[in-house]
Design a protein around this ligand. Structure first.
Ligand SMILES: NC(=O)C1=CN([C@@H]2O[C@H](COP(=O)(O)OP(=O)(O)OC[C@H]3O[C@@H](n4cnc5c(N)ncnc54)[C@H](OP(=O)(O)O)[C@@H]3O)[C@@H](O)[C@H]2O)[C@@H](O)CC1
Ligand SMILES: [K+]
Length: 477
């Protein structure tokens, strides 16, 4: 299975420019793009159905004019409402070839609206007539098919600086753009369709949609044993906060780690003992955690879920051990505002470190980083030397070498207490099995999303590390 690349607006323009430089015809490209739009529109229309095309001043509008002509030729009743006449180039040619009904219209009278106002060239928030057209289209009740990206959504960041089209479907070209997948853009995109318009396949792109093309799940050999599959240590929270670390430990075991041990003080372990069976227990403080981590049987460490006041000391011991490591929750907050110091500790050893902050933890750890979710995760990975999972429904995974992935399969049901602890456990389980950091993080996010999707309503975090994870793994191996 191939990874699905995602290209920024600049990257798609570069691909287009390279193709033109090799003699590619830009109007032919527009016609192919518009052909895909018309095809998608036709499947949503009754015979002779009424279509309103909202056309902007650039090439997105050009796609709209060509699609209007193709739909009219196919027998649909098409009207174009133009924001402004395209000045020159392909868009002007496309507008010149449109001879049908043109002018303002009540969008509620149409069976379908084609949004061709703005695409990757959106340069500022929508105002005035553009804003009015978008609001009227959204309020009309007619389904909206967006050309390339819903107008008003920033193609690179998913941000909506003003208003934006609420599409039921978006027909984009060549590859997805970050704005289709990052929030809030994803909520405006509807069903995303990606049309091949003849540009050479995007290769070696650093950004991809998270999916099985990016990683391979480990399959144990018949002659393996539990420590060969990978031992994991998880730091147990204190006596009144044991649940988070238990979820992480259980998830690590489910994800395929051969042996998982919760380490903590005696009181906490007595509580853990009442709940776990296959997960083992070992008494120890931060130093003890470090000593246990030195065992060759231990292949990965998880510190942070419910970790409590010792989080900083235990994370320090874990970082010093040189073992593959995941830091989450309290272990991240323990380094609030000290990202450079954490980076020095991370870079002292050559082994993967995963940081799994949610937005609040991210802001505390990296207060100086701003920009889109993607840009911030990439900057944090470059700064820290760790693979960063910036969590959320549009979870971004970024590696220090510049690779990044966006996860798009996480349902809202996953927004529940303990969900992040399970994710941490799955990722640690992957690390323990020798999966490299970026791949371990991406696989964990995808598995987590799949499990959440299968469980659906009523999901609680205990369910996530139950049999559903086994089913998800079995479907992907
Ligand atoms: N790349 C490909 O592979 C292919 C690309 N194709 C298509 O081309 C599209 C990109 O076309 P594009 O570059 O002309 O940009 P587009 O989105 O039409 O907007 C630019 C215009 O909008 C204006 N404008 C911007 N913001 C504004 C605002 N807030 N309010 C008001 N005006 C605003 C801006 O004006 P300005 O900022 O200069 O004032 C300019 O006039 C792409 O999305 C796809 O559909 C396909 O045809 C073929 C394959
Ligand atoms: K559009």
């Amino acid at each position: 299975m191939r990874a699905q690349p995602i290209l920024s607006a600049a990257a798609i323009r570069a691909a287009e420019a390279a193709w033109f430089a090799n003699g590619g015809d830009s109007f032919a490209l527009m016609q192919r793009a518009a052909g895909e739009v018309a095809r998608a529109a036709a499947t949503r229309l009754p015979p002779g159905g009424r279509v309103l095309v909202l056309a902007g001043p650039g090439n997105n509008g050009g796609d709209g004019y060509v699609a209007a002509r193709l739909l009219a030729d196919a027998g649909f009743a098409v009207q174009v409402t133009a924001l402004a006449a395209p000045g020159a180039g392909d868009a002007a040619r496309a507008a010149g070839e449109w001879c049908g009904a043109t002018g303002p219209a009540d969008p509620a009278r149409f069976d379908l609206i084609v949004d061709a106002l703005f695409g990757i060239g959106l340069a500022r928030p929508l105002e005035g007539e553009a804003e009015r057209l978008v609001l009227a289209a959204n309020a009309s009740g007619a389904p909206i098919l967006a050309v390339d990206i819903p107008s008003g959504v920033d193609a690179d960041t998913g941000a909506v600086p003003g208003v934006a089209i609420n599409a039921v479907e978006t027909m984009t070209f060549h590859t997805a753009k970050p704005g289709h997948l990052l929030l809030p853009g994803r909520l405006h995109t509807g069903r995303l369709q990606i049309a091949d318009i003849g540009l050479p396949p995007a290769q070696g792109t650093p950004l991809a949609l998270n999916g099985p093309g990016l990683w391979r799940l480990p399959v144990p050999d018949a002659d393996t044993h539990k420590y060969a599959r990978g031992g994991v240590l998880v730091w147990s929270g204190p006596v009144l906060a044991t649940g988070a670390s238990r979820l992480a430990a259980t998830a690590a075991l489910r994800a395929g780690a051969g042996a998982v041990t919760l380490v903590g003080d005696r009181e906490a372990l007595l509580v853990q003992a009442a709940h776990v069976t296959a997960v083992m227990l070992a008494e120890g403080d931060a130093q003890g955690f470090g000593r246990l981590a030195a065992s060759p049987k231990v292949k990965a460490l998880c510190v942070g879920p419910g970790a409590g006041p010792q989080a900083r000391c235990v994370a320090g011991a874990a970082l010093q051990s040189g073992k593959p490591l995941l830091l989450d929750a309290d272990a991240l907050t323990a380094f609030a505002g000290e990202a450079e110091h954490l980076a020095r500790l991370i870079r002292r050893h050559d082994r993967p470190v995963l940081l799994t902050p949610h937005e609040g933890e991210f802001a505390r750890l990296f207060p100086g980083l701003s920009g889109s979710k993607l840009a911030r995760a990439q900057a944090a990975a470059a700064l820290s030397g760790a693979v960063v999972i910036l969590k959320g429904a549009d979870g971004v995974i970024a590696a220090p070498d510049g690779r990044a992935a966006i996860t798009a399969n996480a349902p809202g049901w996953l927004a529940t207490a303990g969900s992040g602890d399970v994710l941490a456990g799955i990722a640690t389980g992957m690390l323990a099995q020798g999966i490299p950091g970026f791949e371990a993080a991406a696989a964990a996010c995808f598995l987590h999303g799949e499990a959440g999707g299968r469980l659906g309503p009523g999901l609680i975090s205990e369910d996530l590390c139950g049999p559903v994870l086994r089913e998800v793994l079995a479907a992907l191996i």
